[in-house]
Design a protein around this ligand. Structure first.
Ligand SMILES: C[S@@+](CC[C@H](N)C(=O)[O-])C[C@H]1O[C@@H](n2cnc3c(N)ncnc32)[C@H](O)[C@@H]1O
Length: 170
């Protein structure tokens, strides 16, 4: 969900996953497609709104739905449609993995009410572990922790201002 230029989609494909990857930005999807061709990776990229594609046009159900950095850019009311997408598209026993802004480090900590009073995302919404557990309470938490910091020369991405979480649908 919100695959951007395909970093995680390519990683998952190289690990043997059959991947559908969606992003609102046609430019990001075109870039991701170029990178996939260069890497010889077979990923089905789609430009469009994940809410209209995942679970509908793209089908599913998926064993894994991964969102790295999309959820925290959504206004609060879209959490309802987001949970609906998970409900329609995540297979029983499947996993949902999330990376998002951590309150206390980055992102807006305005309440949902203030968000609508100000009508601004301030670059993204920060979440506490409690708010994530509450939002995704229909799923079983496997792990929720700060992402480990990775040095710039590391082949992996890691920023400690982010939560990284894994949930399972029982
Ligand atoms: C911070 S970027 C993360 C990109 C990528 N996942 C990564 O980790 O490098 C967030 C992405 O979410 C996409 N996005 C935001 N809302 C979306 C939506 N409703 N449907 C699909 N993509 C969306 C944006 O276009 C953007 O590329």
């Amino acid at each position: 969900m919100g695959c951007g230029p395909g970093r995680n989609a390519l990683y998952l494909a190289s690990s043997g996953f059959q991947v559908d990857a969606v992003d609102l930005s046609p430019a990001a999807v075109a870039w991701a497609g170029d990178r996939a061709r260069e890497a010889g990776a077979d990923v089905r990229f789609r430009a469009g709104d994940a809410f209209g594609l995942v679970g509908d046009e793209l089908g599913g159900p998926y064993d894994l739905i991964y969102d790295s950095g999309c959820f925290h850019h959504l206004p609060p009311h879209r959490r309802i449609s987001y949970l609906d997408v998970l409900d329609r598209a995540l297979a029983p026993g499947g996993h949902f993995a999330l990376t998002c802004f951590a309150a206390g480090s980055t992102g807006s900590e305005a309440s949902d009410g203030d968000f609508y009073r100000q009508s601004r995302l301030h670059g993204g919404l920060a979440y506490t572990p409690e708010s994530l557990r509450w939002i995704f309470s229909d799923l079983t938490e496997i792990e929720l922790r700060r992402m480990r910091d990775e040095r710039s020369e590391s082949p992996r991405f890691g920023e400690p201002f982010l939560w990284t979480a894994l949930f399972r649908r029982d």
